[in-house]
Write a new protein. Structure first.
Length: 529
């Protein structure tokens, strides 16, 4: 406050008469810009005392009083500012926004109407008025506002649809028809508008007029997809499914059909076919007809591949279907994985490796593809190649990579390192695996077992092995590992309990080298001494 008194006294001491208001006003604005709002407010009040008819001072005080939640005072000053300077848009906009904030919709509309009256070309004001009248459901004013927008922007489909909706809400079907007919007359070569008219006839129950309209469109443009869609829907609703299907097939092979529409139609058609015991050979024929058209996207080809899988088609057909997908979108990672997994079921041979190599050429930053490449190489005894592929895959792991996939990459890498005797690298890889998935039981078991073979970190090995059997308590291999770690710690009684459980849960193929049996024999010998 002392600072304010100082400012006022300083300015008064300048002995300014005619220009005193301007000096105080400039200083008020300066204080406001500096964030000194109390000083600015008092200065604006002083300005108003000097010149009550200054519009900018009234406006400034109005905004301050609104911020102080003194709405009545704020509105009074804002209205006075507008009276003094009616052509100032900023004043009017602020008052209208104030009314909207107070939910005083009629008052806001009145202010905007005043602004539009002075500036009829301001369609932004008209759009705000339109939203207000729509909220009030004042359909006559909606129509008058749309007429004014149309006068500025010209006749458009969007405006016509809004006008038709307003007429419909007033039960004025003739008015709605006049609006659409006027738009069609203005654009006589736009067949989409005629289809819209046909659909409107259908909604009004005027079936013959609708059919005549749709057929007139197809006479002009035989491949007009929207007209075909409307006729299909009409005949389907009338129970004439054969005629509806005729139009469906035309739509599916029509190059002008929107790709998303085509996919949705095929999806629904296949679903209905399955639910009604349809002929799969017929479905596949239609897929092939559609796919004979140049495809912008691969969704239809993917649907065919998925359908073949659903019908349990021969693997060769499914594989070819996924190859067809990749011809359209060679960078399609999910399709690459589907193809690899299909080939995997047959035989993991050099063909799989080549396919994986092709995959990483097209998608060089996908860890999963490197995982499958490395696994295929490992299965085919190409250990060094597998390590190189898995390390590349590991370098591609990102925040969005599946944690399970990241764990799989490091887990397999650790297994291969162990196989070739790089034990130190084995443990580093296993540690990384467990960072991504602490419950990766295969890694926990292998890590623990290899530690036990070295006779080192047995307590750590015990904890990891126990975690593995907690997740899979009936796994004979994991129980054997835990028993063996206990044996290495000379806890023979405990070891026997778990080796017996391992033998109890032993299934054919679980112990190809007879290692579990050997462990059981050693444990039992220690107990007989």
């Amino acid at each position: 406050m002392r600072k304010l008194v100082f400012i006022l006294s300083l300015l008064c001491s300048l002995n300014i008469s005619a220009g005193k208001y301007e000096y105080f006003y400039i200083e008020a604005v300066r204080q406001q810009d500096m964030g000194n709002y109390i000083a600015a407010f008092e200065l604006f009040r002083h300005c108003h005392e000097l010149n009550p008819n200054a519009p900018e001072a009234n406006y400034a005080l109005g905004t301050f009083y609104m911020a102080m939640q003194k709405d009545s005072l704020g509105i009074a000053y804002l209205k006075r500012a507008i009276e003094l300077e009616p052509d100032n848009n900023e004043f009017g906009e602020r008052l209208a926004q104030t009314y909207l904030y107070q939910n005083n919709i009629p008052a806001a509309a009145e202010v905007y109407e005043g602004l539009v009256k002075r500036m009829p070309d301001r369609t932004d004001y008209l759009e705000l008025l339109l939203r207000i009248y729509q909220q009030q459901r004042d359909y006559p004013k909606i129509l008058s506002t749309l007429d004014r927008i149309e006068l500025q922007e010209g006749q458009t489909e969007e405006i016509t649809l809004e006008k038709m909706q307003a007429h419909a809400m007033m039960d004025d079907n003739e008015g709605a028809y006049r609006e659409l007919k006027s738009l069609i007359d203005s654009h006589p070569f736009d067949m989409n508008l005629k289809v819209m008219l046909g659909n409107w006839f259908l909604n009004q129950g005027k079936k013959q007029e609708a059919l005549d309209t749709f057929n007139s469109v197809l006479k002009e443009e035989p491949d007009h997809a929207q007209a075909q869609m409307s006729l299909m829907d009409y005949y389907r609703s009338e129970g004439e499914n054969d005629r509806a299907d005729t139009y469906l097939y035309d739509i599916l092979v029509n190059p002008r059909t929107d790709p998303n529409t085509r996919v949705e139609l095929i999806r629904n058609w296949v679903k209905n076919s399955e639910e009604n015991g349809g002929d799969s050979a017929r479905v596949l024929q239609e897929f092939d007809k559609v796919l004979a058209i140049p495809q912008k996207t691969s969704e239809v080809a993917e649907l065919k591949a998925a359908y073949l899988e659903l019908k349990q088609a021969p693997a060769s057909q499914i594989i070819q279907a996924w190859r067809d997908v990749l011809k359209i979108t060679p960078e399609n990672t999910p399709a690459r994985l589907q193809l690899i997994q299909q080939m995997w079921r047959d035989s993991i041979d050099e063909n799989v490796i080549r396919e994986c190599q092709t995959a990483v050429e097209y998608v060089p930053d996908e860890p999963a593809l490197f995982y499958y490449l490395g696994l295929a190489q490992y299965i085919n005894k190409r250990d060094n190649d597998a390590i190189a592929s898995l390390k590349r895959g590991a370098s591609m792991i990102k925040s969005e990579t599946s944690k399970e996939m990241a764990a799989d990459i490091y887990g397999l890498l650790g297994d291969i390192y162990q196989k070739i005797g790089r034990i130190h690298d084995t443990y580093i890889a296993y540690d990384s695996c467990l960072v991504y998935n602490p419950d990766k039981v295969l890694c926990l078991n292998n890590y623990a077992y290899f530690l036990s073979l070295e006779g080192k970190d047995l307590k750590k090995a015990e904890k990891m092995s126990y975690r593995a059997i907690t997740v899979e308590p009936n796994n004979a291999t994991y129980l054997d590992t835990y028993a063996w770690i206990l044996y290495k710690q000379k806890r023979y009684e405990d070891a026997k309990a778990y080796i017996d459980m391992a033998l109890e849960h032993l299934k054919e193929g679980d112990d190809p080298d007879g290692e579990i049996a050997k462990h059981a024999e050693k444990i039992n010998k220690k107990l007989k001494k």
